[in-house]
Every structure is written in structure tokens, then in C-alpha cells.
Design a binder for this molecule. Structure first.
Ligand code: ADP
Ligand code: ZN
Length: 722
């Protein structure tokens, strides 16, 4: 017997396997998807069995051992990995690794083990009873007495010396039981009854004959409630459910809502877990102890075998696409798994991606609408403030209306959220003499001043430098900070509203485990009046006492050189305003911008998603962007600027020479951020209609450039940003 093994080394070829002979004694344990240890050169490597052949080639080396008792990748996942790697032109081994928790990766030497708890129990009841009569060792008798009442007891609750004596006497034995690090034994709470609008949507989803459904429900319309009813329905039919949410909205709030109904039938997977916790949650799924998983992107690979529904909340979120290799998109994976299991895929959002909405309009997906907020809450009133006018009256950061509205809410003891998509204190530091702007020495990006730590930081490579007063270039001038970040907003607001209690939520305040949850809980419990944050505060949170949301600068995303800039601006405004007025009291949103006439802002003001969609679609058509054309981004990077530039040109020429007529090739051009960590980046954009033709062209390109050591090529199919 011979097996093909995919070893844990990345080759440039997408799928490179090696054949090994299986010793006769191991043959009946061989199964697809198990890992084996094999000799490789003069090393030993782990790899997955991905093919079994019944020939015997005695020139081959033998496998050393089989690692797993059971397959850790079942046949569906093995096949799925191949499909994803072909679609995204990425390495098969890296996809299999992305499917599994770290504990299964040989290349990462972790020490993640099962956790056990020791119990003690009696070896023989009659002997124990005799002991009680005959012995005078009171302390020992107490333990025996307890054990006669209760079959098993936690060992750690008893004096270890006494337990040892009893074990040595043969009266008591120790048993170890595996425990999961995270557990949930809450009482099951009943679900809320759906209101009439929710019920209509629920039935439309359930009865649809399409494989994919797009639920376009406004913020606060009770989509989460519908998900729970759908999942309830699925598990009653003994099937399983996967629900994906963006990482940052995987807050204690949503987890609690699910746990309080589904109790211990649910596994949770997100990046806040320790490796051990993640390993445990994963094994709950493998062992079929749960039938629901709620998690971020990678939870789409949950090893369920009988899926009934896959739900993707906030489907427009860019976090569903992994932004490094393997660059898979969890929504595409959901479609593949849905097809395999004959399960419905539900995409849901208040602001669906233009591509998804277009597919729904064309009838590829079922379109279900939910236009009423649950609990009679109204959508907030949105006010757009033209900051050009404010600057004329001397207000550079906060408009007059924003400040008076904050004051009003503070007086009424209501809560306020302020959003600015820029962390740190200022945007950049500039010399007041020569105009030099302080940049990262490794990246083509300005440094951001962080006042709390008194450090200038690069947000791309993490470079950090002590604050300097003097300009490093002219040595005469002083460095002044320009622009605002969340730290400065916090400082300014505190100065204006001296008695207000303020919380700040951004990457800098949430790096410690549990800090994210703490801020959210403190704000829910009204321990603060104002929450200031980056886009982290825009998603999924449900704070009933928030009646005012301020967007300090709606233009941060608008001005990015990306064809999705307007879509993202619309989403950000609409999602953030969705945090206001979620209960009885009406909410208000204030948007500060220098572009009040931009249509993404105009439509967001009126909560008119479809209006925005129609306008945006026209532009996409004219400029040949998705959904009319597919896009692939080819990134070329290298240590030397000139060489990378030359090689990029050669690659551009190759693509142009071999392209089919329907393809449009743009570039090479220097990437938006041209240098990160001393590596230079160039990019070529390909627009096309025929997927297969483009894939075969890129496959050829990858194999031709395989041995080019001067540069690195990274192909991003359907990129989420340019
Ligand atoms: P969405 O996910 O669409 O933003 P949620 O599901 O979070 O909306 O619902 C908004 C609020 O309304 C939540 O506080 C939720 O508990 C409440 N809610 C939703 N549906 C119902 C219902 N049928 N009965 C009672 N409360 C509901
Ligand atoms: Zn840097």
C-alpha cells in the first residue's frame, strides 16, 4: 500500500505531494485525512494522507508512524480544501492548516493538551464500610464517609496526604476525567416570540427554494432573533448549524444571547480564546457534543457532518476574507459547504455588499426584507454637518451642534458614542521650520503620536520610537502634531465636559485579554456616559441607553483610493447610526464631513440603502468593477525598489501578451502603501469576465515565476481592498 502525503512545507506549487510505502502492520489504520510522520530528506515531517493507492513500489521510503486515531480532516473537508486552493490559487497545505486549530499543527510547537480533573472513588464498598467500623483514623474515616454518600468526589477538595494513605491502603482510587476549559450549563431560556414582520421573514427564508437567501434587514430589526429561531428549527431536525459573525462583533452580548437559549449545545470560536480553549471547543464539535457553532471567519470549517443551515451575519464585512495567505473568503466556503450538505446559506446585513445585493436582485439569491425595527423603536434622525462652515466659525474638531447635543444627553443621563476611524493622538508630526513629516524608517507611512505611552508609532510594522521634540532633519524646528486620533478626542471631550465619565475602545485599549468585554460591560452598566472608539464600536453592539452617535470625520474612508470607498463609507455610517435609539427613546446621529453632497453620505442620512445601491451600481458598470467584472490583484514585492519595479514590468508585459480580449490589465503601479517593513510593493489589477481563462493565465504565471528569487508574487482573487 502506498499513500500520497501532503507534508507541512509550503512549496510554490499549489498541491505538491510525496508518496510513501505503508508497512503491513500499519495498513489497516490508514485512512484519508489522518496525519502521518514521514522521513523527508534528513528530517522527519508531519503530513496529511490525501490519497491511498493499492500498489507497492519498494523504492519508496516508508512512513514512520500514524499520528491520529481518527481522521482530523474528513472527506468533505479534504475535497473542500482542494476546491478553495484552485479557486484562490493558494497552497493546499496552508488551507488544511487554516481549517484546524493550532493544536494540530506540527510546525507550530505548541504544548496544547487535554485538561484533566482528578476525582476519587471507592474501590470496594464493603471494605469501606468495614474500615469505618474498625479504624480510629477520624480524618480518613471522614473521606470514606463522604465517598459512601457520593460516588465520586473532587480530589482537590481533600487533604492530599490523607487521600494518599487511603490510596496506598487500596480503599480509594483516583480517576481522571477530561474537562473543557469553557463550559456552559445555563438554564435554557425560551426564545422571544417573533413579531409579525420577523415571522414573515422567517417563513420566506424557511420556505425558499433557493440555496442562498439574502436577508436585508435594517439595524435593530431583530435579525439575530430570526437566526435563533432558524437554528432552533434546524437542530430539532437533528441537523447542525454554523453562524458566522465578524470578529469584533463577537462580543459577550451576542454570545450570551445564544448561550442563554442553546445552553451547552454550542461551541464558540473566536480569536479571544487561548489555544487550549480553542482546541477544546473544536473537539466538542468533532465529538458531536454540540450541534451549533458561533464563530468568526475560520469557524466556517467546523467539522460538522450534517449541516442544516449556515448563517453569515453582517455579510458585507471585510473580515470574512482572510487578508493573508491562504486568502479564502468564508462566504465562498459557505456556498461550497451549503451545496455539499444541501443546507441553506443565509447572508444577512442592513447594508449588504453591492455584489450580494446585485445577485439577489437578479434572482440568484432569494431576497428577504425587514424594514421595521423590533420593539417599535424608530430609526434615528441623521444630521449631516458641513465642516467647511464650522471651520469658518473656528470649530475644527467638533461642530457646535455636536457639542450642544452631547451636553443635552449628559443632562438627561443618556449615553453618547463618538466614532473616529483613527487611533492614537494625532495623524502625523510635522516640523514647523522645514516642513519635514516624520515617517517610519521601514515603511512609507507617517508615524502616529500616542500620548498615553508618549511614543511615535507605525501602524503597519509596529515600529515605535520615543517622542522627539526637535526635527531630525533640520535640527532647528520643533515637531508639531496635526490631525486627530481617538486619544485626542478623549482628551478634548474630557476638557469640555469635566464631569463626564469617558471610555475609549480601540486597539490600544483592548490589547489585554478581557479588556474588550470589560469596556462593553461597563458601558452597558452605565459606568460611563461617553464611549469613544474606532470602527470597533460600529458593529453589532446593543446599548439601549445610547441616544446620540457622533461620527467625527466621515471622510476617513471616503478618500481612500479604492473602488469600494463609497460602499464602505455608507456601511460605516449606517452601521454606526444603527447603534443609536435602539429602544424606546429616539436616537440622533451627527455626521461631520467635508463632503456633505457625496451620495454615500446623502443616502446614508436617509437610511436609503437601495437608493445608494442603484447609484453605486451605475458607477461600477461604467468603470468596469464588480459585480460587472471580476478583479484579481497581483502583488509583486521585493527588497530592492529598482529590481522589483523591473520585474513587475516584465510580469505586466507577460499578462498583456497572454491575456484574452475581455481582460483589462492595469499597471504595474506602486501600491497605495509603497513600502512596508523595508519591502517594496507594486501591483497589477486584472479585470475580467471569464474566470477560467484568468485562472489558467495566472497559474501559468505562477509556475513561470516559481524560481524567481528576486521577488515574491502574491495573487489575490476577488480582493476586498486595492
Ligand atoms: P439586529 O440583529 O437586526 O440588529 P437584534 O436581533 O439585535 O437586531 O434586535 C434588536 C433588539 O430588539 C434586541 O434588543 C432584541 O432583543 C430585541 N428584539 C428583537 N426581536 C424581538 C422580539 N421578537 N421580541 C422581543 N424583543 C425582540
Ligand atoms: Zn513601519
Amino acid at each position: 500500500m502506498v499513500v500520497s502525503v501532503l507534508v507541512e512545507i509550503k512549496f510554490k506549487q499549489i498541491e505538491k505531494t510525496f508518496d510513501y510505502l505503508v508497512p503491513v502492520i500499519l495498513q489497516d489504520q490508514i485512512k484519508l485525512g489522518k496525519r502521518v510522520l514521514v522521513p523527508f530528506g534528513n528530517q522527519k515531517l508531519e503530513g496529511f494522507i490525501i490519497d491511498i493507492k493499492n500498489d507497492s513500489n519498494y523504492n519508496l521510503k516508508e512512513i514512520i508512524k500514524i499520528i491520529d486515531k481518527e481522521s482530523i480532516l474528513n472527506e468533505e473537508l479534504l475535497k473542500l480544501g482542494k476546491e478553495i486552493s484552485k479557486e484562490n490559487l493558494c497552497n493546499l497545505i496552508s488551507i488544511y492548516q487554516a481549517m484546524l486549530p493550532k493544536a494540530y499543527k506540527a510546525s507550530i510547537k505548541t504544548n496544547i493538551k487535554e485538561k484533566y480533573i482528578s476525582y476519587i472513588t471507592l474501590t470496594n464498598i464493603q471494605e469501606a464500610e468495614l474500615f469505618l467500623i474498625n479504624s480510629r483514623a477520624e480524618k480518613q474515616k471522614e473521606v470514606i464517609n463522604d465517598l459512601l454518600q457520593e460516588n465520586e468526589l473532587l480530589k482537590k477538595n481533600y487533604n492530599s496526604n490523607i487521600v494518599k494513605i487511603l490510596i496506598d491502603k487500596g480503599l480509594v482510587k483516583e480517576i481522571k476525567k477530561e474537562v473543557y476549559r469553557l463550559n456552559n450549563y445555563e438554564e435554557e431560556k425560551k426564545l422571544n416570540k417573533l413579531n409579525e414582520y420577523q415571522l414573515t421573514a422567517f417563513n420566506q427564508i424557511k420556505n425558499s427554494d433557493k440555496d442562498v437567501i439574502l436577508l436585508n434587514g435594517i439595524t435593530g430589526s431583530g435579525k439575530t432573533e430570526i437566526y435563533m429561531h432558524l437554528i432552533d428549527d434546524v437542530i430539532k431536525n437533528n441537523k447542525e448549524a454554523i453562524m458566522l459573525v465578524p470578529e469584533i462583533s463577537l462580543t459577550p452580548q451576542i454570545i450570551d444571547r445564544f448561550k442563554s437559549h442553546f445552553s451547552s449545545n454550542i461551541a464558540i470560536l473566536h480569536s479571544g480564546l487561548s489555544d487550549g480553549e480553542r482546541y477544546d471547543e473544536y473537539r466538542k464539535i468533532l465529538r458531536k457534543e454540540v450541534s451549533i457553532v458561533v464563530g468568526a471567519r475560520s469557524a466556517i470549517f467546523a467539522p460538522f457532518t450534517n449541516i442544516g443551515i449556515i448563517i453569515i451575519d453582517e455579510e458585507h464585512s471585510s473580515t470574512y476574507k482572510q487578508d493573508h495567505n491562504p486568502r479564502y473568503n468564508a462566504i465562498d466556503v459557505a456556498m461550497l459547504r451549503g451545496k455539499y450538505h444541501n443546507a441553506k446559506v443565509l447572508l444577512a446585513s442592513a447594508t449588504p455588499s453591492i455584489e450580494s445585493y446585485a445577485r439577489a436582485e437578479k434572482g440568484y439569491y432569494e431576497l428577504v426584507k425587514l424594514n421595521k425595527r423590533a420593539n417599535d423603536a424608530k430609526l434615528p434622525l441623521v444630521k449631516v454637518i458641513d465642516m467647511k462652515d464650522e471651520i469658518k466659525s473656528g470649530n475644527s474638531i467638533f461642530s457646535k451642534e455636536l457639542l450642544t447635543s452631547i451636553e443635552d444627553r449628559l443632562n438627561k443621563k443618556e449615553q453618547v458614542m463618538l466614532l473616529l476611524n483613527k487611533r492614537g493622538y494625532s495623524n502625523y508630526l510635522m516640523c514647523n521650520n522645514c516642513g519635514e513629516v516624520l515617517k517610519c524608517p521601514n515603511c512609507d507611512i507617517t508615524l502616529t503620536y500616542h500620548k498615553t505611552s508618549d511614543i511615535n508609532r507605525c501602524h503597519y510594522c509596529g515600529y515605535a520610537d520615543k517622542k522627539q521634540e526637535k526635527c531630525p532633519k533640520c535640527k532647528v524646528g520643533t515637531l508639531r502634531s496635526f490631525g486627530v486620533g481617538t486619544e485626542k478626542i478623549e482628551e478634548k471631550i474630557q476638557k469640555i465636559f469635566k464631569d463626564a465619565k469617558i471610555l475609549r475602545m480601540d486597539i490600544d485599549t483592548t490589547s489585554k485579554k478581557g479588556s474588550h468585554e470589560k469596556i462593553i460591560n461597563d458601558f452597558i452598566n452605565h459606568k460611563a456616559d461617553i464611549l469613544i472608539g474606532t470602527q470597533m464600536i460600529s458593529k453589532g453592539l446593543d446599548f439601549p441607553s445610547v441616544t446620540l452617535v457622533g461620527i467625527i470625520n466621515a471622510d476617513t474612508i471616503l478618500n481612500l483610493p479604492d473602488f469600494r470607498a463609497l460602499e464602505k463609507t455608507y456601511q460605516l455610517i449606517s452601521q454606526t447610526s444603527g447603534r443609536a435609539g435602539r429602544s424606546k427613546k429616539e436616537g440622533k446621529v451627527i455626521i461631520q464631513t467635508f463632503n456633505p453632497d457625496n451620495y454615500s453620505i446623502r443616502y446614508a442620512k436617509n437610511h436609503d440603502y437601495v437608493g445608494f445601491y442603484k447609484e453605486e451600481l451605475k458607477i461600477r458598470k461604467n468603470l468596469k468593477y464588480p459585480p460587472y467584472f471580476f478583479l484579481t490583484l497581483v502583488k509583486i514585492s521585493g527588497k530592492n525598489f529598482d529590481i522589483t519595479s523591473q520585474e513587475s514590468k516584465k510580469i505586466g508585459n507577460y499578462i498583456r501578451k497572454n491575456k484574452s480580449i475581455d481582460m483589462i490589465v492595469l499597471g504595474p503601479s506602486v501600491s497605495f502603501i509603497s513600502k512596508i517593513n523595508n519591502i517594496y510593493y507594486f501591483q497589477i489589477i486584472i479585470k475580467y469576465r471569464d474566470k477560467d481563462k484568468c485562472k489558467s493565465l495566472l497559474n501559468d504565471l505562477i509556475s513561470i515565476t516559481q524560481d524567481n528569487k528576486k521577488i515574491n508574487i502574491d495573487v489575490d482573487v476577488n480582493p476586498i481592498s486595492l
